[in-house]
Design a protein around this ligand. Structure first.
Ligand code: MYR
Length: 413
């Protein structure tokens, strides 16, 4: 058996235009979950659906090293971070992240900080009468992330930090000057973070040994020893930036409440539905369209050889909408109760499989907890969406237009 081949032209331009729909569309046309295509002059294996996700994620088959374009990887992971490791070294570094991001008390600490900041900010939003939600929650998330890691926000640029972190997320999918500017902003945060790591390591900034910043600064790999300063910087950013990126999921949760107003009452009456609600938002919201990897060795799948070094793209967005796993997939239905806890290969907004053993994002518990805080606050408040906010923007990833402009009842202007 051979993988079917896409007869069309090189995918690169179409992928830039439609990163969310392209692979699923072609897979449906070719009636397969795995096909070969040309991408930037190379043959790539395009994968879609849960079986393909298991093949891609499990057993260290694909490395992330050199797999994503530099425009993406420079902003989101860079060369010295956990994403750039494979095999046992990856698992040892990943264990640090799981230790920081999975225990309930740690997740609750982050969520409580965000909740307190939201409660403090909301009266001012009400006075103003209308806000762009995305813009308002971004600094709250950055401040919560800093407080939680133990990193003084003033040492990382103060109010600018939120915009710098947001720029990394907003421009990872762009090419050209906006991407370059975001890389410059990342460089600025990295220099500040490096100073901070040095202060912690020298003992000039004394933190409790259990704070995430101290854990990163003093992390000792049993085989490779302490992390370089540059690696510690990347890992600190790997905690701060994704927390800020949850702003998008929060805007999509607000959009879901606006589109399906009955859920506002339902969530008030039945708080147990909060988690399934935000999980269904994660299933449907356009976030990370696809993930790239390169075969770490010669692989055999379904009797077919995938040569070492072969590029593969896994369609995360399309897998979440696979009708085999989620009947009538475009329908918003929290009753499906998809959950990060299952660590399966069907519901994959932030990757698939066992987060401890694969490149799956370790931050899903934290993401869900932050989204629950925001959704609980949103369901309780009296507001309506500005009409344009019900559509998605052309950003990458897309957000509700205008960053979800909302108007509070009886608000100021
Ligand atoms: C993180 O900060 O690491 C998580 C959030 C990142 C979301 C950004 C999505 C942009 C992905 C662009 C990929 C383009 C592939 C063609």
């Amino acid at each position: 058996m051979t993988f079917p081949r896409d007869p069309g032209r090189d995918l690169v331009l179409r992928l830039l235009r439609d990163p969310f729909g392209l692979i699923a569309g072609k897979a449906a046309k070719l009636e397969t979950d795995a096909f070969e295509a040309r991408l930037a002059g190379r043959t790539v294996l395009c994968l879609h659906g849960s079986e393909a996700a298991a093949f891609f994620y499990d057993d260290d088959r694909f490395t992330r090293v050199g797999a994503m374009p530099r425009s993406v990887s420079r902003l989101l992971q860079d060369r010295r971070s956990v994403q750039s490791l494979d095999g046992p070294a990856h698992r040892r570094r990943k264990a640090l992240f799981l230790d920081l991001l999975l225990p309930e008390a740690r997740v609750a600490d982050l969520a409580d900080r965000f909740d307190a900041l939201w409660r403090e900010a909301e009266p001012e939003w009400r006075r103003r009468g209308r806000i762009a939600l995305l813009e308002e929650v971004t600094p709250l998330l950055a401040a919560a992330a800093c407080g939680w890691t133990g990193a003084p926000i003033s040492a990382l640029g103060g109010r600018r930090l939120a915009r710098d972190l947001e720029a990394m997320v907003a421009n990872a999918g762009r090419l050209g000057p906006r991407n370059w500017r975001a890389r410059w902003r990342r460089g600025r945060v990295e220099r500040r973070a490096a100073k901070l790591i040095r202060r912690v390591r020298r003992g000039d900034l004394v933190l409790s040994a259990e704070t995430p910043l101290a854990r990163i600064a003093f992390f000792e790999d049993p085989e490779d020893g302490a992390m370089s300063e540059a690696a510690a910087v990347d890992e600190l950013l790997n905690l701060l930036r994704p927390v800020v990126a949850v702003n998008r999921f929060i805007a999509h949760a607000a959009l879901a409440l606006a589109r399906e107003p009955a859920w506002r009452t339902r969530l008030r009456d039945d708080p147990a539905m909060l988690e399934p609600f935000v999980e269904e938002v994660r299933r449907l919201a356009p976030f990370f369209p696809l993930i790239a990897g390169r075969a770490a060795r010669n692989l055999v799948w379904r009797g077919e050889t995938v040569a070492a070094g072969r590029w593969a793209l896994l369609d995360l967005h399309g897998t979440n909408r696979d009708p085999g796993a989620f009947p009538d997939p475009e329908r918003f239905d929290p009753g499906r109760a998809p959950s990060w806890r299952d660590q399966d290969h069907r519901f994959v907004p932030q990757g698939a499989g066992d987060a401890a053993r694969t490149h799956r994002c370790p931050g899903e518990a934290a993401t869900v907890a932050l989204m629950k805080v925001a959704t609980a606050r949103l369901r309780a408040a009296d507001w309506e969406a500005a009409p344009g906010s019900l559509e998605l923007s052309n950003d990458m990833p897309p957000v509700p237009r205008g960053g979800f402009e909302m108007r509070f009842a009886g608000g100021g202007r």
